[in-house]
Design a protein around this ligand. Structure first.
Ligand code: SF4
Length: 357
């Protein structure tokens, strides 16, 4: 299997934009090499994956493929995921898509996707992801224009990105204009992944503000990472700053058990404990509090009382309310992953590899 995580694992050489190297140098100059700011950047891009197999062995974050056009994933009634391209400005070592084959959707593949969107009256929303869709405003604009014209049922376009904190200078009028020209037709939500407050440099903040001025709603989908943000003060500072910047807190994800990334993953129990302390200490606004979630093989699961059925030898069994028949109604080719079973209540239980520490 191809994929940049394999390349990073084999070469042990980071693949980052010069902006990230400058950010690391700035963290060292301002705070020193033993600071949280330095570790917060270094450990996302320069700490390399393990070369020997560990507990985390996933090669996909979840499986939502089936009998769908190439580049589409579907788990739900009203929303689909469009995997536009695989490129990013810098490679995050813990990336859930690190083992996917390199790709960019062709014009005819995008036409097939838009035709599918237009033909399903239940669909209301798309999530455009990658890679980083904002790295190619031309490709993204082509897709958004086609959806605006040919898929009248689609009302919301979500986009996942790290570009504001990986290469803020990449943002220009050609990107902002995508959102401006469709502002009356479509609602745009942009999910930014910002894992450490030091990533919020003035130039990145300018981009977030400019996106807001285009009518885009920003929300955060961050990852809990060992020795990056797994301490209460860092999380408080991060979510407090995001709140001030009008970024809606959404998911704080437990790091997915991608192969080679054990060193990046806390235990789920530690994530729950940090989230409990983060959300009930009076130091951040109620509007700044994220939900702690697992990205399991059957989809995202926010943990509540009774969610974890079993915890044995580093393997959790997690109860969900997802149903196989519901999945197959919207995606007839969907097959249950090996780690999931249908329980007596007809919903899905799924095994999930825990982290350590
Ligand atoms: S920017 Fe996003 S898609 Fe790209 S490597 Fe980082 S986490 Fe993965």
């Amino acid at each position: 299997m191809a994929g940049l995580l394999n390349v990073l694992t084999a070469t042990q050489k980071p693949r980052v934009h010069p902006y990230i190297r400058q950010l690391l140098a700035k963290a060292e100059a301002l705070h020193g090499a033993d600071s949280g700011a330095y570790r917060g950047i270094h450990n996302q891009y320069f700490r390399m994956p393990a070369q020997v197999p560990g507990a985390a062995l996933s090669e996909r974050h979840y499986d939502a493929l089936g009998d769908l056009p190439v580049g589409l994933e579907r788990l739900y009634r009203r929303v689909v995921v469009i995997d536009l391209l695989s490129a990013c400005s810098s490679e995050c070592v813990f990336c859930i898509r690190g083992l996917y084959d390199p790709h960019t959707r062709s014009g005819s593949e995008l036409s097939d996707i838009v035709e599918y969107l237009a033909g399903d009256p239940h669909l209301r929303e798309v999530l455009i992801t990658g890679g980083d869709p904002l790295i190619s405003p031309r490709k993204l604009g082509e897709l958004v224009d086609a959806i605006a014209v040919s898929a009248p049922g689609i009302q919301v376009i979500r986009i996942g990105t790290r570009l504001p904190v990986q290469q803020p200078a990449a943002f220009g009028e050609n990107t902002y204009d995508i959102f401006r020209r469709h502002a009356d037709r479509l609602s745009f939500d942009i999910a930014v992944q910002i894992n450490h407050p030091f990533e919020l440099q003035p130039e990145a903040i300018d981009v977030l503000r400019d996106l807001g001025r285009c009518g885009v709603r920003l929300y955060s989908q961050n990852v809990l990472l060992k020795d990056v943000n797994d301490d209460l003060d860092t999380l408080i500072e991060l979510y407090d700053q995001l709140r001030t910047l009008r970024v809606i807190p959404h998911y704080l994800f437990h790091a997915v058990p991608m192969v080679g990334t054990d060193d990046f993953r806390t235990s789920v129990a530690r994530g729950l404990d940090l989230t409990r302390r983060l959300t009930a200490n009076g130091r951040i606004s109620g509007l700044g509090k994220p939900m702690f979630a697992l990205m399991t093989a059957v989809g995202k699961v926010v943990l509540y009382e009774g969610s974890i059925l079993d915890d044995r030898d580093g393997l959790l069994t997690v109860r969900t309310e997802y149903r196989l028949d519901e999945r197959q109604r919207w995606n007839p080719g969907y097959r249950l992953p090996e780690s999931a079973t249908v329980n007596a209540e007809g919903t899905l239980d799924v095994r999930y590899v825990d982290g350590v520490g």
